[in-house]
Write a protein of this length. Structure first.
Ligand code: ASP
Length: 417
């Protein structure tokens, strides 16, 4: 088994996890317990904790080295604009797919949510308004941002620090650059060790998902699940591969197989942040993107560029409006498109982050929180599989972004093939 490629090991672990999970689901009907079960799922918890351990230093050192490596204002401006343009267009594409599908399929019409479980929105820590997302990016205390895992704050400060490094005397900048590059290297090295543990971690995570998730609710909102899953599939199987093919001329299949380990990790962890170390490894080692580009585009992408989440925000709010029987005007739909985009930027790369951000969008179009909370309670109950899928879409889009930007900067992708 250990001679197999990592992604095959992960896929096999997924299969075994699903099998064990099903046994527990049947035996315990959604409330699994017992020492063996605890042991298996703690493998997943350990894996996630190990990945999280490297995230903050990895994102920080990666962006500082990336930005300072890109060099002065002109290069940074050019690559930054490309990155921003890529994030924006692909996220908008995803939102439009969500908008179109939800309007055609109308998954919320006639759905009776009843009292399936309401959601306590008073504990939510979402920003008060869409503008807040932008303001929140600026940390008042970078150390605090790092210790509380505030990714937008960390990214903002890291970009500034990287720019600052290109502007000071080389006597100082060389020392600091060496320090940050060395820190980044060592974080990547630790990552390699952590990733070896991925199959066991994934086994634990998948076992838990399958063992606790009941299937009853799924039937009630089946159309909703299918709509989102359909939209995500269109984006990951048609839109993103087309962008890749058009801009690089390379068969997208190659890229799917290069990214297999990262996709499997995203699927099982539901966290773009936790997957980031694997994404960086796949994009650099398999697709051949330089560290200069990947260390800039990927860590930012993990937090800011979330195509799957953007699609979900838009489709989710339209679903809520359909359940509530509210007919949305074109201007409200436009507000949804814009706030869905901002919500996807503001959503952290952690499980279910996208779901809670939906409140931002519903508030922007004036829905009552209390009504929405009941529906979101139900959406939360069935969120995990959708979260797994949208996280895959999120990180796949980041990887395509890094590849097309690298290509446009004259790099050769897949040099060994
Ligand atoms: N779990 C997703 C991610 O980490 C965010 C979301 O909930 O949509 O990319």
């Amino acid at each position: 088994m250990f001679k197999l490629k990592l992604h095959w090991q992960i896929f096999i672990a997924m299969g075994i996890g699903a099998f064990i999970g099903l046994i527990y689901q049947n035996l315990y009907h959604g409330v699994p317990e017992g020492p063996v079960y605890q042991l298996i799922i703690s493998l997943g918890t350990i894996f996630i904790r190990l990945l999280k351990m490297v995230i903050v230093p990895l994102i920080f050192t990666s962006i500082v080295t990336g930005v300072s490596g890109i060099g002065g204002g002109k290069n940074l401006g050019r690559i930054g604009m490309k990155t921003f343009f890529y994030y924006l267009t692909t996220s908008l594409c995803a939102i439009l797919i969500g908008l179109t599908l939800t309007n055609i399929i109308q998954p919320g019409v006639g759905v009776d949510i009843g009292n399936q479980g309401s959601f306590d929105y008073s504990k939510l820590q979402t920003p008060g308004s869409p503008a807040d997302i932008l303001i929140r990016m600026i940390p008042t205390n970078p150390i605090q941002a790092a210790s509380s895992g505030d990714m937008l704050g960390i990214i903002f400060f890291a970009i500034f620090l990287g720019v600052g490094l290109t502007r000071i005397n080389t006597k100082y900048s060389n020392t600091l650059r060496d320090f940050f590059s060395a820190s980044f290297e060592v974080m990547m090295n630790i990552t390699q060790i952590v990733i070896k543990f991925a199959p066991l971690g994934v086994l634990g995570l998948i076992t838990k998902v399958v063992a606790v998730t009941g299937f009853g609710l799924f039937a009630a909102v089946g159309k909703y699940i299918l709509t989102i899953a359909g939209g995500l599939s269109i984006h990951i199987l048609i839109v993103l591969p087309s962008v890749f093919y058009l801009l690089t001329g390379i068969n997208p299949r190659k890229h799917f197989s290069a990214m297999a380990s990262a996709l499997a990790t995203a699927f099982s962890t539901s966290s773009s942040n936790a997957t980031l170390p694997v994404t960086i490894r796949c994009v650099e080692n398999n697709a051949g993107v330089s560290n200069k580009i990947s260390s800039f585009v990927l860590p930012m992408g993990a937090t800011i560029n979330m195509d799957g989440t953007a699609l979900y925000e838009c489709a989710g709010v339209l679903f809520i409006s359909q359940v509530l029987g509210i007919d949305l005007s074109i201007s409200s739909q436009l507000i949804i498109v814009i706030t869905a985009l901002l919500a996807s930027v503001g959503a952290a790369g952690i499980p279910s982050a996208g779901l809670v951000m939906i409140f931002i969008v519903t508030q922007a179009v004036g829905f009552q929180d209390a009504d929405v909370a009941v529906i979101i309670g139900t959406m939360l109950a069935v969120d995990r599989p959708l979260d797994m899928m949208r996280t895959m879409v999120n990180i796949f889009s980041d990887s395509i972004g890094a590849s097309v930007i690298a290509k446009s900067e004259g790099e050769t992708l897949y040099p060994n093939q």
